[in-house]
Design a protein around this ligand. Structure first.
Ligand SMILES: *Cc1c(COP(=O)(O)O)cnc(C)c1O
Length: 403
């Protein structure tokens, strides 16, 4: 945890799109439920149960408020991987008699793509829409892909690797005009940018606690209940019928309270934070490109999360750069797959040149990132890139050619 008001302190954490620190206010809110308030909200006959139920109700309201939903429309889960699985598989199996076709896109999170693979093995047909070089899906391509058999369209709000923000409201209008259900993995967007279920016309929306200064292992799925209709889901887990039958299992009360508090804090600080982060992001990019040439910005130049930078340093291996940046926490490719050293499927889908895919690094700033952190990170990155390039024969040749 980086305490507020402290000048930069090494190492510097710039990997907030992978996970965020817990906000101390969130921990404070959780603490009673980790200690003496250990009741099960399903216990109707004593005070421990009542206190826990009240806490969960409060959290449900906080989550709903942030996304413009009703509290009854929030289903608590173990995180967004589960929310995504529940949305995709739950809808597919509930609406199978109406069709077997689903639409998504190539740069979704693994939780969506792998759910789709499972559904394909079970006889569903999936359309994976391509993205353009900025990582954007064309709403007209969504329209063209819709068929009589389409039951669900799932398009993420903001991408986890590039920060690119999809034209979701426009896609939502197209999908809803055809009466098809619309899901969005909004993990990276919620709490950072405006995200209202009615405006986006979303029927289902996935959220994760630990991407927004809440605890790990808790998330939510918004499931529309009215206006225009109630949506059914086949649950992934069988059991006590908690969460309106959509997610059985004794509720993770401290986690849920933490997620609720994180949503309340996000409602409160989102606008000022977005502005501050966008300024820091510009500072980062400007200073870096002042001192380095051949730096490429991956993602959309303007439709991008305020805290996110995905950069390719030409002539440099991203992995080599990260190894050298021992005091800066950031990721190369996708954090989930980088252990396999496979190049990022997101950047590949955007048609990025192979060498630039390998040269990519993702920096994501957060609530406690300071100007001093940014300046120190830039200093270290510049120094490291220059050193690696000095050893690169390709860079030497390219420089000579440029002269
Ligand atoms: C992190 C992430 C997930 C998975 O969330 P967990 O809560 O860690 O399971 C899903 N989608 C996106 C876009 C993410 O960034």
């Amino acid at each position: 945890m980086i305490p507020k008001g402290v000048e930069h302190q090494l190492p510097i954490y710039l990997d907030h799109n992978t996970t965020t620190p817990l906000d101390p206010e969130v921990l404070d809110a959780m603490m009673p439920y980790l200690t003496h308030q250990y009741g099960d909200p399903a216990s109707r006959s004593h005070a421990w149960g009542w206190v826990a139920e009240e806490a969960v109700d409060g959290a449900r309201e906080q989550v709903a408020t942030l996304i413009g939903a009703q509290p009854e429309e929030i289903v608590f889960t173990s995180g967004a991987t589960e929310s995504d699985n529940l949305a995709m598989k739950g809808i597919a199996y509930a609406y199978r008699s109406q069709g077997h076709h689903l639409i998504t896109q190539e740069t979704e999170h693994r939780a969506i793509l792998d759910s789709c693979s499972t559904l394909e093995k079970d006889g569903f047909a999936i359309t994976y829409l391509p993205v353009d070089r900025h990582g954007m899906v064309d709403p007209e391509a969504v329209r063209a892909a819709l068929t009589e058999k389409t039951i669900l369209v799932s398009i993420m709000h903001a991408n986890h690797e590039t920060g690119a923000i999809q034209p979701l409201a426009e896609i939502g209008r197209i999908v809803k005009a055809r009466g098809v259900l619309f899901h969005s993995d909004a993990v990276q967007a919620v709490g950072k940018i405006e995200c209202q279920v009615d405006e986006l016309q979303a029927d289902l929306l996935s959220i994760s606690g630990h991407k927004m200064y809440g605890p790990k292992g808790v998330g939510a799925l918004y499931v529309r209940k009215t206006r225009p209709r109630r949506i059914k889901l086949v649950p992934l887990l069988d059991g006590g019928g908690h969460e309106r039958g959509m997610r059985s299992g004794t509720l993770n009360v401290p986690g849920i309270v933490g997620l609720g508090k994180a949503c309340e804090l996000a409602s409160r600080v989102r606008l000022t934070e977005a502005e501050r982060l966008a300024r820091l992001r510009s500072r980062f990019l400007e200073r870096l490109t002042q001192d380095l040439d051949d730096v490429h910005l991956n993602g959309h130049p303007t439709q991008c999360l305020p805290n996110h930078l995905n950069l390719s340093f030409e002539f440099v291996e991203g992995e080599a750069l990260i190894m050298g940046l021992r005091e800066i926490a950031c990721s190369s490719g996708s954090a989930c797959t980088s252990s396999t050293l496979e190049p990022s499927y997101v950047l590949k889908a955007m048609g990025l040149r192979e060498d630039l895919v390998h040269a990519s690094i993702r920096f994501s700033l957060g609530r406690w990132t300071t100007d001093a952190d940014v300046d120190e990170a830039v200093r270290q990155v510049v120094e490291r890139v220059k050193r690696l390039r000095a050893m690169s024969p390709q860079y030497g040749l390219a420089r000579k050619k440029a002269l």
